[in-house]
Write a protein that binds this ligand. Sequence first.
Ligand code: RB5
Length: 153
Amino acid sequence: MRIAVGCDHVGFLLKRAVVDHLKSRGHTVLDLGTDSGERTDYPLYGKAVAEAVASGACGLGVVLCGTGVGISIAANKVPGVRAVVCSEPYSALLSRRHNDTNVLAMGARVVGESLALMILDAFLAGEFEGGRHRARVDMLSALDRAREAGGEN
Ligand code: RB5
């Protein structure tokens, strides 16, 4: 799969590990930066990864900042993106199965590298179950459409 990856300056070392891990598992990585510890702003990278996923250029995305919170909020501003911030594998797996999440966010100040890669593997292993969850995810998409239309939801 083609997977977009992005981070701020706090997440860039963890991004290296994530990129290497994804490549070792046969995925193609679109690395959208940042590439150093020089201070920058997480909304830039959350948006870039989210747009790569929402456009269909990438099937999934991974975003990293200090806590995973700021960059997940940024990603979730892009219609069509359902980003989840995780610090354990169970939520990563269930978010794929039940919520059809398409962007994983993690905090480089929260999880160590080994745990981050376990969370990533759980996220990749999950497949949307559809069924009763489909209507709920469709409701999320309706919220996106209402926001894009500038209407009430
Ligand atoms: C940067 O200091 C930090 O605020 C950022 O990496 C992230 O944790 C924000 O949610």
